[in-house]
Design a protein around this ligand. Structure first.
Ligand SMILES: [Fe+2]
Ligand SMILES: [Fe+2]
Length: 402
């Protein structure tokens, strides 16, 4: 039974939650605390799975509480349920909260948020992965992008579109921007999957503080180079995949969703490189020596791969389910039913774009077999005949000679 701790300084609100969620009593063991201090006291005696806290409370506020929970109990899922938008406190909570919800929160949304956190708990294959996912809240962005962004933000002539373009180039930052925009803090009518409307919602001022806090956080997370892994190559692969995803014939999925999913599909590699660098480095070594795909080497070393880690992280951040599923399965897509005349679905787009992007820089000729692709899957989709021309188009677009 999942143990959920709700924290709010307003007794009526706690009472309201207790009543609203009473049908959940058979699945959840619910605890209630009237302050941050009381919450920590509960946690000393009881192993809690999910904390749902108010932001503005006298004494220890929600951001403070979650920061302490993050340090003391890194595996606990942390959700903010706030009544007002406070930029300063919001930014303090961003690195330590997995999800933001806005009061009054409809019970379905709250239930879904908690279920999603608890399911991840059950599903995550090993303790290490869970630790990685919990720690990821503080993942910073590379400073080069930060300074370019800050310059653009300070330039009165730079448009939102220009800033969007810069944010687009940075995988971690665009994920962060989307996480923010999709959180109920900004009460969006629907999920945003493109950085530009997300920026329009967040506004330049919040973005500026977000970028600055990311740059500052980075100072406290020095990263070492990982042998056989280059962040530049990682980013080139992400951008190339996104570019290919934008022109593959796809079904109803909006271009922005395809591009975003392709851009982020390997984000788990960055997570592993940052938080489990030794094991990740070992996996990169095995992959290089044994010439096996990196995800298989990761599984050997970590019991999981960058696909699952990235997908779980983005799921916690509230990215659309279709994107999460496509990322989780990008090496081994779910068995496809026959190809649809409307084009490829998101899972197929991501699998094929990543394989074609790898191929662009694989230094093989076009006649060589295409690595990193599931031939059976392509056959079932009925797209094997098209692969040759897509492969050539991908190389042309990436500017590499066939
Ligand atoms: Fe991958
Ligand atoms: Fe990839």
């Amino acid at each position: 039974m999942k143990k959920i701790l709700f924290v709010d300084d307003e007794p009526q609100l706690l009472e309201g939650l207790r009543r609203l969620l009473s049908p959940q009593r058979k699945d959840w063991d619910m605890r209630f605390a009237a302050s941050g201090e009381a919450a920590l006291a509960v946690m000393e005696n009881t192993e809690i799975d999910v904390v749902v806290t108010d932001m503005r409370m006298p004494g220890m506020d929600g951001a403070d509480l979650l920061t302490r929970v993050h340090h003391r109990y890194p595996n606990v899922m942390r959700i903010v349920l706030s009544g007002h938008f406070d930029v300063e406190a919001g930014l303090r909570a961003v690195p330590v909260a997995h999800q933001f919800l806005m009061k009054p929160c409809d019970p379905f949304k709250l239930k879904a948020a908690i279920e999603c956190s608890s399911q991840l708990h059950n599903f995550l294959p090993d303790e290490n992965t869970r630790r990685v996912i919990s720690a990821i809240g503080s993942r910073p962005s590379p400073p080069a992008i930060c300074s370019t962004l800050i310059q653009a933000i300070n330039d009165p002539d730079s448009s939102l579109g220009m800033i969007g373009e810069i944010v687009d180039r940075d995988v971690a930052l665009s994920a962060k921007v989307l996480q923010l925009a999709n959180s109920a803090f900004f009460s969006l009518p629907h999920t945003v999957t493109d950085v530009r409307p997300a920026l329009a919602v967040i506004g330049i001022d919040v973005l500026k503080q977000l970028v600055l806090s990311a740059a500052i956080l980075r100072q406290f997370h020095p990263r070492r180079p990982i042998q056989s892994f280059s962040v530049d190559e990682f980013e080139l692969h992400a951008r190339t995949s996104a570019q290919i995803a934008s022109y593959l014939p796809a079904d109803v999925n909006a271009v922005s969703l395809r591009v975003m999913t392709a851009l982020l599909h390997d984000v788990g590699k960055l997570v592993l490189a940052s938080y489990l660098s030794e094991k990740f480095e070992r996996a990169c070594g095995i992959s290089g020596v044994e010439k096996c795909p990196l995800h298989l080497a990761e599984r050997e070393v970590l019991g999981t791969s960058h696909a699952e880690v990235g997908a779980h992280l983005l799921n916690l951040w509230g990215l659309p389910r279709a994107a999460v599923d496509a990322i989780a399965a990008h090496h081994r897509p779910a068995p496809a039913t026959a190809g649809s005349e409307h084009g490829l679905d998101l899972m197929a787009v991501v699998h094929i774009s990543s394989a074609l992007a790898h191929d662009c820089f694989a230094h093989t000729d076009l006649a060589a077999p295409l690595g990193q692709v599931d031939d059976d899957y392509l056959r079932r989709l009925g797209v094997t005949p098209q692969m040759g021309s897509w492969r050539k188009a991908a190389r042309d677009a990436a500017g590499v000679s066939p």
